[in-house]
Design a protein. Structure first.
Length: 647
């Protein structure tokens, strides 16, 4: 049977299945699975608060234990070599603090041996691990985290200011700054003693080690950065102790003003957990409404995974709903179909109407974007906004309410374009590279929010296919120029929010094709050649999360549904007719949709390189369905004619 008939049958099957699992409110809800980091920190926070939520703590404990490797370690992705020290420390600490594992248990003995084999707790690099260890009395606060709170008072006109950090860095940095400057350390009787995991057995030695490491990482440029901050602080008027108090008050209010209706900070679990600890540091009672509301908000986004409970870092409901609504419409479902109507009504309800931090960087800001999570009302992003706009486009042509939503959303997306021509994820103009030099692991990837190939490519693809713009428009030309100038020498592009070079190359190729670049353009040819050069023997594609850390392509050695769909979608976008490589890839994609193994669960979303990766449970449906739609809509007639000619 020709492959296009199988494609049509699979589209029909997936369409029916997705309509059946849609929620009554019009949304689609799938798990946003992020390893064990949030589970571990929730246990630590609950035990610090002395909340007797034993069923929940036991369930979190059991999920963490189930993820342990044979050598005693935990990994942040399946093919990570050996194990991850920071993840293992998080897991080990949380399991002991839960009270449901003991140091003498064989799994804990193996974990301790692994930690010591990697140099002990002194070798921890992740800022979140440092923060939770220090806040609960297991380590001293690293000097690098004790940024003076007065820094938050520097005006935007300063060479460096607080709002030069990315939004997601600010909401994590603020509670850590509070705790570090107060030297907060809260340890109770239930806390385990981790001192045996230091290879240097006294506190002063650990502090000296931290200072030595920070001195080694303090390059001349970093010292210049710190001098710039100190210089700015000297310009502030007021007594030093008053400025410090004002800075701490600003930090407290910064958090409180960004709490969402569900009680979470910025709709992220990780910074909400840090906020709870920071509020304790500021003297809030454990039963203060802000703290109890935060715990309630976190409880509402727990997910049951085959009997294990997992705390999602930020549920992907808006993202999933927008993309699935669009995918079903691409598959031929009418915008007036009840399923689509409900999804679009849902999207209309969650469009943002408030100004957020993003507005500080935009002239004449007007709200109109969409966020990632349902509770997110002030932190929109470009990806979710273009996804929602794709979905509502059909009704915006005939319904004034949707037309208004479309216009406001489109205006917001256009206002986010950076001066260099590319698009960021959350905020325009947050590109000061000096901030990436802080001696904090991951700062280069989290401190700022620069233009990226994935955001720029997908925005161009949206503007070309849905908004009807092409490279003749100045803003499109600038975006395309940014992509062309940021292509890797081997023809690929690096993608920041997915894994990784396949992700970026897919976004760039589909974006360039949508705004008028032909298959004969050198950049497109080189991108296609690179994708074909990494196609697996089975016809699919797969890339390891190791690529994200090493900043070079690392093959996974197996094919995944989402990465195969991305590569195929890119090839289809620039190929006038199906090639043997495309057909072979489609055949492999069809088979992947009926598998359930580690390759279908492999994390292909990136949060923080080397620390946080995401298995979007929706991705095995979204991207394959969109790709099969593209294949079917573009090639079916051509394939049918070829078949008839051979008969």
């Amino acid at each position: 049977m020709p492959v296009w008939r199988d494609v049509a049958a699979e589209i029909h099957r997936m369409t029916g299945m997705l309509e059946r699992v849609q929620k009554e409110d019009g949304s689609w809800r799938f798990c946003f699975e992020n390893g064990i980091l949030t589970d571990a920190y929730l246990i630590i926070v609950l035990r610090t608060l002395e909340q007797p939520q034993e069923t929940l703590i036991r369930q979190l404990h059991d999920r963490i234990r189930s993820q342990q490797e044979a050598n005693g370690a935990w990994k942040v992705y399946q093919d990570e070599e050996d194990g991850n020290l920071d993840a293992t420390v998080d897991a080990y600490y949380a399991l002991l603090y839960s009270g449901y594992s003991q140091k003498t248990d064989e799994p804990m003995l193996k974990a301790a041996r692994f930690i010591l084999s990697k140099g002990g707790l002194q070798q921890v690099k992740t800022v979140l691990t440092h923060a939770f260890l220090a806040a609960t009395g297991q380590s001293p606060w690293p000097t690098s985290l004790k940024i003076p709170p007065e820094f938050l008072l520097l005006p935007p006109s300063s060479p460096i200011s607080f709002f030069d950090f990315s939004g997601y860095a600010r909401v994590h940095f603020t509670p850590i700054l509070i705790m570090a400057n107060l030297g907060f350390s809260k340890r109770n009787a239930a806390a385990p003693d981790l001192s045996d995991l230091y290879t240097r057995n006294d506190w002063a030695s650990v502090e000296r080690h931290n200072a030595e490491w920070e001195d080694l990482t303090s390059t001349r440029t970093l010292k210049e950065l710190l001098r710039t901050i100190q210089s700015g602080l000297k310009e502030l008027s007021g007594l030093p102790w008053l400025l410090r108090d004002r800075g701490m008050q600003y930090a407290e209010q910064y958090m409180l003003k960004r709490i969402e209706a569900d009680g979470t900070l910025y709709s992220y679990s990780s910074c909400t957990l840090l906020m709870i600890m920071a509020l304790l540091a500021l003297g809030y009672d454990k039963q203060h409404p802000v703290i109890t509301n935060a715990i309630s908000g976190l409880s509402a986004i727990l997910w049951n995974l085959n009997g294990h409970v997992h705390l999602q870092n930020s549920p992907s409901t808006v993202w999933d709903t927008a993309l699935l609504s669009y995918a079903l419409q691409q598959a031929g479902t009418s915008p007036n179909h009840p399923s689509i109507r409900k999804s679009l009504e849902y999207l209309l309800r969650v469009q943002h109407t408030q100004l957020g931090d993003w507005s500080f960087h935009v002239s004449h800001p007007l709200p109109g974007g969409w966020g990632f999570s349902e509770s997110n009302s002030i932190n929109p992003d470009v990806d979710d906004s273009t996804a929602a706009l794709r979905a509502i486009r059909g009704l915006s042509l005939v319904d004034p309410e949707y037309r208004d939503a479309w216009n406001r959303g489109l205006n917001w997306v256009l206002s986010m374009q950076n001066k260099d021509g590319g698009w960021p994820a959350f905020e325009k103009g947050v590109t000061n590279k000096l901030l990436t030099l802080f001696p904090i692991d991951g700062a280069a990837d989290a401190a700022i929010d620069p233009s990226t190939a994935d955001l720029t490519g997908r925005t161009l693809e949206f503007l070309g296919t849905t908004a009807g713009l092409d490279r003749k428009h100045a803003l499109i030309g600038r975006g395309a120029d940014w992509l062309l100038s940021n292509q890797e020498a081997n023809g690929s592009w690096y993608g920041r929010w997915g894994i990784c070079y396949i992700y970026g190359t897919w976004s760039a190729l589909t974006g360039l094709a949508a705004v008028g670049f032909g298959a004969d353009h050198p950049s497109i040819r080189n991108g296609v050649q690179w994708l074909l050069s990494i196609q697996n023997a089975d016809g699919g594609w797969g890339e390891s999360c190791t690529s994200d850390r090493s900043k070079r392509y690392v093959p996974l050695g197996a094919s995944t549904p989402s990465q195969t769909a991305w590569a195929l979608d890119a090839l289809i976008a620039v190929s006038p007719a199906p090639s043997p490589e495309i057909d072979k890839g489609i055949e492999r994609l069809l088979s992947l949709l009926h598998l359930d193994d580690w390759t279908t669960r492999y994390p292909t979303g990136s949060g923080l390189p080397g620390c946080l990766y995401t298995d979007y449970h929706s991705y095995r449906y979204i991207w394959p369905l969109l790709t099969l739609n593209q294949y079917h809509n573009k090639y079916t007639k051509e394939t049918s004619r070829k078949l008839l000619r051979t008969q």
